[in-house]
Structures are given as C-alpha cells and as structure tokens.
Design a protein around this ligand. Structure first.
Ligand code: NDP
Length: 322
C-alpha cells in the first residue's frame, strides 16, 4: 500500500508519499481500500503539531471505499461492502485499517467522492445545528467562514431548520456562495466590521448563537454579537487558537454560554454514528444537501491540498484520490 507519512511536524512539505506493507485486519477491524479521502482543517493542526499525534503518522480522518477483508468477530460490515468513515486517523492512503464499528454504509445511489466529501464536515454541521444549539424558526445565528467546507453545508442545514442565517466570508465571491447556500445575510468580514453589521441586521438585539470556527481573529467580536443568554459555539480556530479569557466576559455580555464541541462527542455510540451519517448521506443522495467539491487531487499532492486550504482560496471540499 501507499500512504502519506509525517515523520516530524512542520510545513506541508513534511508529508511524503511512502510504500508500506499492507496490514491484515485484526480483531474487530476491517481493511478498507480507500477510494476518496477528504482534506480537513484539523489535519493542518495535526501536521503543524498544534494538535499532538504520535509520530510518525498518516494524516487524514475521513473517506469512502470498499471493504477488502475483515478481522475476527466483525459483524458490522462484509468484504465487498461500500463504506464511509470519519474521525479515524490514517486516511491519506490507498488502504486503511479501521475499527468496523466506525464504518457506515454508503447509500446505493451515492458515489464514493460525494460520500467522502460529506462525512466529516456534513456530520459536523449536522450536530452543531441539531444538538449543540438546536436551531428553530425564530432563531438568528451567525456562522463564520460560511463558504468553507463546513460552512456551505452549515448554511443549508441551518436555514432548513428555519433559522435566520447571517454568514461571514472572506471575499465577494464567497459571500455570493454563502447566500446561495441559504444565508439570508452575508458579510465580507475582510472589508466590513461584522459586529456592526450583525447589530444593524438584528436591530441592535444580537443573535441567539454564533458558530465560530475562525477563533483568534473573531471570538471577541463574536461574543459581542450575542443577545443576553446567547451561546458562543467555538468549534475551530482556522486563524489561530483563542487565548485564555476571564469568565467575567460571559457575565458582562449578558449571562452568555460558551462551548467548545468536537464531532467525537456527538457520535458517541454506534447508533448515534449510524443515525447521523444516514441523515447526512441520505440528504446528499436525495439532492437535499448539496456538496460542493472544489478540487480532486491525487494522493501524492496532499501538500498542495493543505496549502490550498490554509490559503483561504478554497470554497467547499478538497478531496484526495489514491
Ligand atoms: P474551511 O473550508 O472552512 O477553510 C477554513 C476557512 O476559514 C477559510 O477558507 C477561510 O474562509 C477561514 N479563515 C479565516 N481566517 C483564516 C486564516 N487566518 N487562515 C485560514 N483560513 C481562515 O475548512 P473546514 O471546513 O475543513 O473547517 C472549518 C473549521 O471547522 C476549521 O476551523 C475546523 O477545524 C473546524 N472543524 C471543527 C470540527 C469540530 O467538530 N469541532 C469538525 C470539523 C471542522 P474565509 O476566507 O471565508 O474567511
């Protein structure tokens, strides 16, 4: 098999395509032939060392493919079955060993690239909209990086839940895409002060919830966009980590809530994983949720994928194919 390996953390150039022995699945595992794997921002944090992984490692944590073999005791999947996964590290590869309980079936009418593209970012947008702060008609929400991979799926799910969606994005083309995906209002936050714009749009009241994945550059203003008892959902830090802050900020903002969720805590059981994945993949299969695949790169070009994602030039999903 071939896999991208990171021997030491650093820039995109530390990712090297390497030949490795193809492993045999152990107890409870399946060996999957990877057909497509997604590039996600978390892999940039792991490659640079912001999030620690034991070295050496193969980046990537979502994909779609075909089960080639299963180990002892596996009941969840069979050889030949088409499957998808998210949150299991090691997907920038031609083959991956995956705990069978972490695999979900791909609906018959859905191609592997769309399945890979929807898994991690789609389930993220899904849990944020349905569980972290369950959106209902009448809610006003602010979604940062609304034209990104998570962002475009998020705008669709949030607006379908009946919320008034205000999105931010970093160019006029991205603003257009966020609106097309369901944001009623979209702010180019590289040109406009998003706090002032949110106050204007909400007639001074503020929003019920801000979903912030940008972090360092936005979190303080995000808090100031909230109405009393509103919630700041910090789910990423594409611009850098949020520094430690005084909880008194939450009191003075009007008894605000702050949470830092991760997908792993929202797919805790096999049932929860199957239901959430089925909701997302089913919606994509029916055409109710549109996945925008921005670029498909060969596996060997993983470094280019990271450069593109970090450059703020992409909208939607980047895929690698072995
Ligand atoms: P995106 O496609 O959204 O790419 C990141 C976007 O962030 C950029 O396109 C850019 O959009 C914006 N951005 C703002 N400032 C910067 C900066 N300084 N450098 C780079 N980008 C910047 O990536 P993903 O969809 O993969 O992920 C989005 C976020 O969601 C990430 O922070 C990721 O870690 C997080 N995430 C969290 C999960 C969780 O469960 N907690 C799960 C999955 C993702 P613009 O130009 O419009 O500002």
């Amino acid at each position: 098999m071939r896999a991208i390996r990171v021997e030491s953390t650093g820039g995109p150039e530390v990712m090297k395509l390497t030949e490795l022995p193809t492993p045999a699945p152990g107890k409870g595992q399946a060996l999957v032939r990877v057909e497509a794997t997604g590039v996600n921002f978390i892999e940039i944090y792991q490659r640079t060392g912001l999030y620690k992984l034991p070295l050496p490692f193969t980046p990537g944590q979502e994909g779609a493919g075909v089960v080639e073999a299963v180990g002892e005791g596996v009941t969840e999947v069979r050889a030949g079955e088409r499957v998808a996964w998210a949150g299991v590290v090691g997907s920038y590869a031609t083959h991956q060993l995956i705990p069978a309980a972490r695999l979900v079936p791909i609906p018959r009418g859905l191609d592997s690239r769309s399945a890979a593209a929807a898994m991690l970012q789609g389930m993220t947008a899904h849990y944020l909209v349905t569980d972290t702060f369950p959106l209902r008609p009448g809610h006003m929400c602010l979604i940062h990086a609304a034209a990104g991979g998570v962002g475009l799926l998020f705008c669709q799910l949030a607006s379908r839940a009946g919320a008034h969606v205000i999105g931010t994005a970093g160019s006029s083309e991205k603003v257009r895409l966020a609106k097309e995906a369901g944001a009623q209002d979209a702010i180019d936050y590289r040109k406009q002060d998003f706090e002032a714009e949110v106050k204007r749009i909400t007639a001074g009241a503020g929003v019920h919830v801000v979903y912030d994945s940008v972090g360092k550059d936005t979190w303080e203003k995000s808090l100031r966009c909230l109405r009393p008892r509103g919630m700041l959902v910090l789910f990423g830090q594409s611009s850098g980590p949020v520094p430690p802050f005084d909880p008194q900020l939450l009191a003075s903002g009007g008894s605000l809530y702050f949470t830092r969720p991760t997908l792993g805590s929202y797919v805790l059981t096999r049932d929860e994983l199957l239901n959430r994945a089925a909701a997302v993949l089913g919606a994509v299969e029916r055409g109710d949720l549109k996945v925008k695949i921005e670029q498909v790169l060969p596996l060997a070009d993983a470094a280019k994928g990271h450069e593109l994602l970090a450059s703020r030039k992409t909208t939607g999903k980047l895929l690698l194919v072995p």
